[in-house]
Design a protein around this ligand. Structure first.
Ligand code: COA
Length: 150
């Protein structure tokens, strides 16, 4: 099932109130508006949003530093989940990494986050490590996943 009628574009400061609302709904450790303001000025970072029906439905962030890219965040608003937008956002982030000649993309994910794990596996990410007690809210480990781009 392909999702339609969406627009992928760069995130701007004007999006941050909507981004904050989604952060609060989907993450137990939401980032602050200040963190996003800093990220939007970060020369290594690219933040994309997906618009649906004139609202921000989801977003993704990626850092590319030389050959290594890192997904910093990906989220889809609950009302838009399960329609393929998460996959679209991850594919768009991968295009950014490839366009900047990255050779691999890394990300961290909670072992309990079955939806995200399933998405990443289906896109070709593989478990390459663990970070012990990475998440400060519940002490959960992070699974490190990597996708090679060559
Ligand atoms: C993870 C997330 C971004 C996925 O976005 P989405 O738009 O709902 O996902 P999609 O509709 O594109 O689904 C893509 C794949 O993800 C997986 N997936 C999505 N929702 C799932 C669910 N509830 N259970 C299991 N797998 C799921 C499936 O593999 C799916 O592929 P399929 O449709 O071919 O089965 C979204 O659930 C979300 O924002 N979660 C909260 C924030 C978060 O956890 N971010 C990741 C932090 S590491």
């Amino acid at each position: 099932m392909g999702v339609s009628n969406y627009l992928i574009r760069r995130m701007t400061v004007r999006d941050l109130d909507e981004v904050m609302a989604i952060e609060a709904q989907v993450f137990s450790l939401p980032w602050s508006k200040q963190s996003y303001m800093g990220e939007l000025k970060n020369q290594f970072a690219t933040y994309l949003v997906c618009d649906k029906e004139a609202e921000v439905a989801g977003y993704v962030g990626i850092w590319v530093v030389f050959e290594e890219a890192h997904i910093t965040n990906v989220a889809v608003a609950p009302k838009w989940q399960g329609q393929g937008l998460g996959r679209v956002l991850m594919e768009e982030a991968e295009k950014v990494a490839r366009s900047k000649n990255a050779l691999r993309i890394l990300l961290e994910v909670r072992p309990s986050n079955h939806a995200a794990l399933s998405l990443y596996k289906s896109l070709g990410y593989m478990e390459t490590g663990r970070r012990k007690e990475y998440y400060s809210d519940n002490g959960e480990d992070a699974i490190v996943m990597t996708k090679l781009l060559f």
